[in-house]
Design a protein around this ligand. Structure first.
Ligand SMILES: [Zn+2]
Length: 135
């Protein structure tokens, strides 16, 4: 026979994680350095982790938006063009609006789900689901 505490913890463990809800969203800042004709995002791994997104998805977006080939090198991302930090940061803002912020409640507690040929933004705070652009 389980006691009350055990029952409570079992019930709570079944609830969706409230992690991050109610907290103000902090936009990560990209740290870049330009070497020759290459721009390196030094903290790319951290940025993707802070956004809780697949680095490959984020990179594909940036590559397309900035019209430049890009690849991941450990924690860094290498872009094959000279780009000011500001341009990359601006695109990151676009990414956050499109792929992170819930359309309904405006919270960042979301995840992406792939379904057939579309990607859906699922909100862990309010449960809203909305299709996002394919990249
Ligand atoms: Zn929501």
């Amino acid at each position: 026979m389980e006691n009350y505490e055990e029952l409570l913890s079992r019930v709570y463990s079944k609830l969706p994680k409230k992690e991050g809800t109610g907290e103000r969203f902090v936009m990560p800042t990209v740290e870049t350095v330009t070497i020759g004709h290459q721009t390196i995002i030094k903290n790319f791994g951290e940025v993707a982790a802070a956004l809780r997104r697949d680095p490959k998805h984020l990179l594909k977006f940036l590559s397309k938006e900035l019209a430049t080939p890009a690849n991941i090198d450990g924690n860094r991302a290498l872009l094959q063009a000279k780009l000011p930090q500001r341009s990359i940061q601006t695109k990151l803002d676009v990414y956050v609006k499109e792929f992170i912020i819930c359309r309904e409640c405006k919270r960042p507690d979301t995840r992406l789900e792939k379904a057939e040929r579309i990607t859906i933004l699922v909100c862990e705070a309010c449960g809203a689901r909305s299709a996002v652009k394919q990249i």
